[in-house]
Design a protein around this ligand. Structure first.
Ligand code: CA
Length: 226
């Protein structure tokens, strides 16, 4: 396993590199963002450890560039910052994990191993059905590029259907996946929500995606309607 460590604080990078090498990983060290980008574009690393506060190309920018080039490589962020908002931001930009300085090497190694064990992942959070896009990370829905505002339940229902386009789900299946145990209503709640969804997702557009299969249930079309 070959790793790239991008960290400008010499002391930290030396110690981290030593801890990783002790685990028999090969480690390349870049001490600024520019060098980090050179190495990240030149080699196919198994994992990248990235400090955010960097001279040259800033860490956030480097993260975005690496992710654009390589969807697969696990990226662990090292930073002194601990603001939740920034973490969320960086997870959205493609970070896989986070470690706030100062950290224990044992924890770093543990996280590195956990990331490597996961292996390559499909990182796209977006489900696509025809011109409908459902982003499972931001929970935003677009159709033909237009943003559609849904209530949380409408969203959950649409996401469930969009994860399996072409498949038909019974009302009972939908209730089991979209509602929780506290739900004691009737299965016609599904019909009500499908109607709401249609009003937002289908009615304004010429091509209808939500399908009703009489006596069976509901699904989303795999392609444009006939
Ligand atoms: Ca730094």
């Amino acid at each position: 396993m070959r790793m790239l460590l991008v960290e400008d604080e010499k002391k930290v990078s030396e110690l981290v590199a030593r801890a990783l090498r002790a685990e028999r990983y090969a480690v390349d060290v870049a001490d600024d963002g520019t060098r980090g980008w050179e190495l990240a574009s030149a080699f196919d690393y198994d994992l990248i450890i990235l400090d955010l506060m960097l001279p040259g190309v800033p860490g956030e920018e480097l993260l975005r560039r690496i992710r654009r080039k390589n969807q697969q490589v696990p990226i662990l962020i090292l930073t002194a910052r601990d603001a939740t908002e920034e973490k969320v931001h960086n997870f959205e930009a493609g970070a896989d994990d986070y470690l706030t300085k100062p950290f224990a090497f044992a924890e770093l190694i543990m996280r590195v191993k956990a990331l490597l064990r996961r292996g390559p992942v499909t990182r796209s959070s977006v489900l696509r059905v025809a011109d409908l896009e459902v982003d499972r990370f931001s929970q935003q829905v677009r159709r033909a590029g237009k943003r559609i505002d849904l209530t949380p339940k409408e969203y959950a229902l649409l996401e469930y259907l969009a994860a399996n386009p072409g498949r038909v789900f019974s009302r009972t299946m939908i209730i089991e996946h979209v509602w929780d145990q506290s739900f004691e209503g009737l299965t016609n709640i599904v019909d009500v929500y499908v109607r709401h969804l249609r009003g937002k997702v289908d009615d304004p557009f010429p091509v209808k995606l939500i399908r009703t299969v009489r006596g069976v249930g509901y699904g989303l079309a795999e392609g444009p309607a006939e």
